[in-house]
Design a binder for this molecule. Structure first.
Ligand SMILES: C[S@@+](CC[C@H](N)C(=O)[O-])C[C@H]1O[C@@H](n2cnc3c(N)ncnc32)[C@H](O)[C@@H]1O
Length: 250
């Protein structure tokens, strides 16, 4: 088999002109990744990444075993927490501190407020709010999982929880809180412990708990049926809970 060697033809003057013209034309073409394009793509990418990060922080708690969504406390609920804290001192820890409103209000009432919160953006926002309201020195926020938080360090603990959370939390309190610690609960009561005080009614009720082995527990505890009745009604308008007990401080 014979391969014919390719002969290179000399380029004519006309062809040479065409090459030159093509060379000139491509020189003036815009480059595909000039500075403006890179900036636009960069801004868009940052926007998409930022939006994704923000969205994920808010929906991530929904994929946990126990779902505790961001539902901030009402003004009345915060006021009731402060009333329930009357006579108490030291530190207040809000478990799942959201935008920091309970912690900041506790700081305003002379406590050192602490918040643990899973959502990083809410932690940043809480720190900003504390600083803006002049409470930065006595309100501290951690980006932390409540299950990994040591509760033994705090004098008062606040939780605005959900039903499915309360059993696990009660077990954690049993192991970790001291005799002097008080736990303030709103929305859903602890399943087994009985509260020793109640402030407010219906959805705005705040119950105070102490360890059941506290010497004052037996004489102070409120009937579980009363608490359950309140919890089932969960109504602000139809406020006929019936418990008019003295709101003693514990
Ligand atoms: C019902 S909101 C309470 C907000 C705040 N305590 C208030 O009363 O305004 C519950 C908060 O707990 C946070 N959270 C959910 N799971 C958590 C976890 N495992 N550890 C810490 N915070 C958590 C949520 O991001 C949400 O902000």
């Amino acid at each position: 088999m014979h391969f014919k060697k390719r002969e290179s033809k000399p380029i004519s003057d006309e062809e040479c002109e065409i090459c030159r013209a093509l060379n000139e034309a491509t020189k003036n073409e815009p480059r595909p990744w000039d500075k403006t394009s890179i900036t636009v793509v960069g801004i868009f990418g940052a926007f998409v990444a930022g939006t994704a990060a923000l969205t994920v922080s808010f929906i991530a708690p929904a994929f946990r075993k126990v779902i505790l969504p961001y539902v901030p406390a009402t003004t009345l609920q915060v006021q009731n927490v402060m009333k329930a804290l009357t006579g108490r001192q030291g530190s207040v820890l809000d478990i799942g501190s959201g935008d920091g409103r309970v912690v900041i209000e506790a700081a305003r009432h002379g406590f050192h407020g602490y918040g643990v919160e899973l959502n990083y953006w809410l932690v940043l926002f809480s720190r900003y709010q504390a600083w803006r309201q002049g409470m930065g020195h006595s309100a501290t926020f951690f980006r932390k999982d409540l299950w990994k938080t040591d509760m033994s360090k705090y004098n008062n603990i606040v939780i605005f929880g959900v039903d499915t959370l309360m059993g696990g939390l009660e077990k954690k309190f049993e192991k970790e809180i001291t005799l002097d610690t008080r736990v303030l609960v709103s929305r859903f009561p602890l399943p087994n412990w009985q509260p020793v005080n109640q402030v407010g009614h219906g959805l705005d009720a705040v119950w105070t708990y102490m360890r059941p082995d506290h010497p004052d527990y037996e004489q102070s505890k409120i009937s579980k049926d009363v608490v359950k009745g309140n919890y089932k009604k969960e109504s602000r308008s139809n406020d006929n809970f019936g418990f008019t007990g003295n709101q003693k401080q514990v």
